[in-house]
Design a protein around this ligand. Structure first.
Ligand SMILES: *Cc1c(COP(=O)(O)O)cnc(C)c1O
Length: 459
């Protein structure tokens, strides 16, 4: 008999979670103004809001925390992190930051000026926020296949090289300080970027005289897909693949809350010494001294251990397998999801799920609210709320897809939880014809509104 798949870890500590009643959830979501970010976490049974900072650390990560060096300058934890970043990504210089967006803030303070153009593959929301905050423009050059929810493409996160070259040709290169490629591409559904594509984008940046920066939150998951889907990489280790990916990068920004499996942390990796030196000034102003930058020594230690664990094939296989397990259940139930199934979560196609809700009434947010009401499962909208208003016209931007993301925290839930989530969605799907009311905005912030927006039922 062929042995079935089983997780590559066992559980050493548990945290209790509590179910609630429909009546309770109705009250709580109304009080939260139909914004799942406003809910108390204790009102959630299975929390798939994000895979960011929500993973379970290993015994070795906790042990490493005990050895954290909290010295202000020159801590051994800093030196350990420097050595790990050299070892894994081959960058000589790095700056620790308190999380990923802080890395963007520091690096973009040096590189991004008003009027600049930053091409990339569906920029992450905070990345786009930091670009637009500086009155620059993010240009999405993702391949067209990414916008077809069910079309199979092994690397749907890829950059369209023709679209990119057009941007590089048609604008003065001084206005394009870098191209940013996000691995994996969260916004398009946790879809990977191929090694071939990273290499070709790098070549284009060199042909035109600019940089390639990798937005690296899920770099290890991306490497897993390269190993399992791209010709020529089956026999390479994840660590070898990661080395090659970063041989094509001039710098990296990292949210360590994802593939470094820590609750808080981030960093910037640099190829150019001069850029590191310029960025150090901003790091000291915004984050902390260059040898801790907003992180405690213990957190740097846990991060280092997390980087080594997440670049183990067995870990990645367990992780991606769980995401696929949930995705395949949903497909079995006929629920429309993005395919192929991505690395860190399932993306539900809300427009197909709820065809009766007009786009002005926030289709994906409506579905996320219904899923919460059904069983206390919290997902997140990746649709019109997240796409925000156009900074110039202030009109709502309607994205090509309205998605609800169910992000799976690393090593946190069991497959029974996945069964539970799938059943909740099935029940909502069975009553979808009765869902005819969407939502409307009462209050919103001028930028990144999705975190704090307040809504009410439409009509
Ligand atoms: C999470 C994330 C960020 C921002 O990082 P934070 O740690 O949340 O500040 C940037 N880019 C990508 C691709 C991310 O997933």
């Amino acid at each position: 008999m062929k042995l079935p798949f089983a997780e590559s870890y066992k559980i050493k500590m548990v945290e209790n979670i509590r179910k609630s009643t429909l009546e309770e959830r109705k009250k709580w979501i109304r009080e939260a103004y139909y914004n799942l970010f406003n809910l108390r976490a204790e009102y959630v049974f299975v929390d798939l809001l994000t895979d960011s900072g929500t993973g379970a650390m290993s015994d070795k990560q906790w042990a490493a925390m005990m050895e954290g060096d909290e010295s202000y300058a020159g801590a051994s934890s800093y030196l350990k992190m420097k050595a790990a970043i050299k070892d894994i990504f081959d960058f000589n210089d790095f700056l620790p930051t308190h999380q990923g967006r802080a890395a963007e803030n520091v690096l973009f303070s040096v590189l991004v000026k008003e009027g600049d153009i930053i091409p990339g593959n569906s920029h992450f929301d905070t990345t786009k926020g930091h670009i637009e905050f500086r009155k620059a423009t993010a240009v999405d050059c993702t391949i067209d296949e990414a916008f077809h929810p069910t079309l199979y493409h092994p690397f749907k996160g890829n950059v369209d090289l023709q679209k990119l070259e057009k941007v590089l040709q048609e604008n003065p290169i001084e206005k394009i300080p870098f191209v940013i490629v996000t691995v994996t591409n969260n916004t398009s559904g946790g879809q990977p970027v191929s090694m071939h594509n990273i290499r070709e984008v790098y070549k284009l940046t060199k042909k035109y005289g600019t940089r390639l920066i990798l937005d690296s939150a899920r770099f290890a998951e991306n490497a897993y897909f390269i190993k399992t889907r791209e010709d020529g990489y089956q026999h390479k280790t994840i660590k070898e693949i990661v080395k090659e990916m970063y041989s094509y990068a001039d710098a990296m920004t990292m949210s360590s809350k994802k593939d470094a499996i820590v609750n808080m942390g981030g960093f910037i990796g640099f190829r150019e010494r001069a850029l590191y030196e310029e960025a150090s000034v901003y790091n000291i102003m915004f984050e902390g001294f260059v040898t801790y930058g907003g992180m405690s020594g213990r957190d740097m230690n846990a991060l280092v251990q997390g980087l080594y664990e997440s670049t183990e094939f067995e870990y990645l296989q367990t992780r991606i397998h769980q995401v696929e397990y949930l995705g395949n259940k949903l497909l079995e139930y006929g629920i429309p999801i993005l395919q192929p199934i991505g690395g860190h979560g399932i993306f539900i196609d809300a427009k197909s799920f709820l065809p009766n809700i007009p786009k002005e009434e926030f289709v994906a947010q409506t579905l996320a609210v219904e899923l919460y009401l059904e069983g206390g499962v919290r997902g997140v909208e990746i649709g019109t709320l997240l796409a925000d208003r156009d900074p110039k016209t202030r009109k709502n931007r309607y994205p090509k897809m309205e998605l609800v993301r169910l992000a799976i925290p690393r090593r946190t839930y069991t497959n029974s939880h996945m069964d539970y989530v799938a059943a909740c969605l099935k029940n909502v799907y069975d009553r979808r014809d009765k869902i005819t009311k969407g939502l409307r905005i009462i209050r919103e912030a001028p930028i990144m509104r999705h975190f704090t927006v307040e809504l009410e039922r439409a009509h």
